[in-house]
Write a protein that binds this ligand. Structure first.
Ligand code: SF4
Length: 442
């Protein structure tokens, strides 16, 4: 784990009409202290700002220090955004999982692309998964004191030797005791299991899900849900990594196994509890479960039920589609080829609008070396290769899930602007169903 000293929290944006804009904050200013405390991260910042009087020490872009007093309602937001959520640096990963996506990237890219985060703060703030293998006593105490819950934990296996083998870390065998720790404090986790055939599948997967289900009891269950996800492999993985790709037969077997357990959990716990990522069904070539299966979509950000949810939202929003638009418009909607079939009803309905023409380009990722790709993994390289020389109409409708969180970069580091320039077309990032429709018709 690497932990650096707290740096002043550098401001990247001031929201219009906010307290901060009224005071005259500017991007580049940095907050040093609030009421005498030095915030380590966004969590401290939010906690310290929940007060009516704030004494702030701020350093401006020229290095000059200012003391400010701000009066506000305790729950009023100042309207500041920061360059990073972690003012004392990223807590890095101390594991060596053979399936790590960071290690499965091509060499020679920007250094920050190779940074492996395993930081509970990002888990709490943004729902990223962590392993709990690198937490010091001080961080455990902070999780408890600040009630940082739920956290998202990569469990993978509950048998110590299997988890140690997967994470290549002797500290990985404590997972059941750690989950108990959460339970005793009425704190919660969502879990995930990345299934690696031959390592943590079959009896090990069953053991893991049964063990985790033991913690899904009581008013505040320590384990709220588990996502079961297939291992993702790229052409850049080391040849000696002992991993086996998930075949359609393997996917069908995992679906069977988990669905049998789901019925059992449903009876005993009143919830399916363990959730299969959509990818399993796409790999196996099987129908996705119906919308009613997903309860309140507890693992949607992990690709569990996201296709069903998108279709459902589209059906509701499509009721307001106009009969015709003017002037005529034509768009290219880019998706991963894994969802080509599932999204045909959407395409069909959009093309019922007179003067609107949406062409779907369902691509695979040659960059990662995959024949079947989910949308979120397509890179700038894939789009350039797949779309060059084609008539793209008025522009590309780009699912924003291809871009990094809060950024305009694809996973291969190409920017949207760079790609738009190379393809000589407009690229419109689309966040969800409503934006998709909005852009098509307005
Ligand atoms: S814990 Fe995550 S970041 Fe660390 S090696 Fe494993 S997969 Fe990679």
């Amino acid at each position: 784990m690497s932990e650096t000293a707290i740096r002043p929290a550098r401001i990247s944006r001031i929201l219009p009409d906010s307290i901060a804009s009224e005071i005259g904050f500017e991007p580049g200013d940095a907050i040093v202290a609030i009421n005498g405390s030095y915030p380590r991260d966004l969590i401290d910042y939010q906690f310290l700002c929940a007060d009516e009087v704030l004494q702030m020490e701020v350093v401006d872009a020229t290095g000059k220090t200012h003391q400010l007093e701000i009066e506000k309602d305790y729950d009023e937001d100042l309207g500041l955004e920061f360059e990073t959520a972690l003012f004392d640096g990223l807590i890095q990963c101390n594991n060596r999982c053979p399936f790590c996506f960071i290690d499965q990237q091509p060499p020679g890219k920007r250094q920050s692309l190779y940074l492996k985060d395993d930081d509970y703060r990002l888990s709490f703030l943004y729902g990223s998964y962590l392993t709990l293998t690198n937490l010091t006593q001080r961080e455990w105490e902070r999780i408890e004191k600040m009630r940082l819950s739920p956290l998202y934990v990569s469990v993978h296996a509950t048998e110590p030797e299997v988890r140690i083998r997967l994470l290549k870390n002797p500290r990985a065998g404590q997972i059941l005791q750690q989950i108990e720790w959460f339970g005793e404090r009425r704190l919660q986790i969502h879990a995930q299991v990345v299934v690696c055939p031959g390592i943590n599948d079959q009896v090990h997967l069953e053991r893991t899900l049964l063990d985790l289900a033991q913690f899904h009891r009581g008013e505040i269950p320590a384990v709220a849900s588990v996502a079961v996800v297939p291992v993702g492999l790229t052409r850049f993985r080391p040849s000696e990594d002992e991993l086996i790709p998930v075949s359609p037969e393997k996917a069908a077997q995992v679906i069977d196994q988990v669905q049998t357990l789901q019925s059992k959990f449903h009876q005993q716990l009143g919830s399916n509890f363990a959730w299969l990522a959509d990818e399993w069904f796409l790999i196996a070539g099987e129908e996705l479960p119906p919308e009613s299966h997903y309860e309140d979509y507890p693992q949607i950000d992990n690709g569990v039920g996201s296709i069903r949810s998108f279709l459902k939202q589209f059906t509701a929003a499509a009721k307001h589609l106009p009969k015709q638009i003017d002037p005529p418009r034509k768009f290219t909607w880019v998706v991963g080829n894994a969802v080509e079939k599932a999204f045909q009803p959407i395409l069909h309905q959009l093309n019922q609008v007179n003067n609107l023409r949406v062409n779907m380009e369902a691509l695979c990722s040659t960059y990662w070396g995959q024949k079947i790709s989910v949308t979120g993994l397509l890179t700038g390289h894939d789009l350039l290769e797949g779309l060059q020389g084609k008539d793209l109409g008025n522009g590309i409708l780009l699912p924003a899930m291809m871009l990094k969180h809060g950024d305009t970069r694809f996973l291969d580091d190409m920017t949207v602007e760079e790609l738009a320039h190379k393809l000589d077309t407009a690229i419109i990032p689309v966040r969800g169903v409503e934006e998709l429709i909005e852009i098509c018709i307005h």
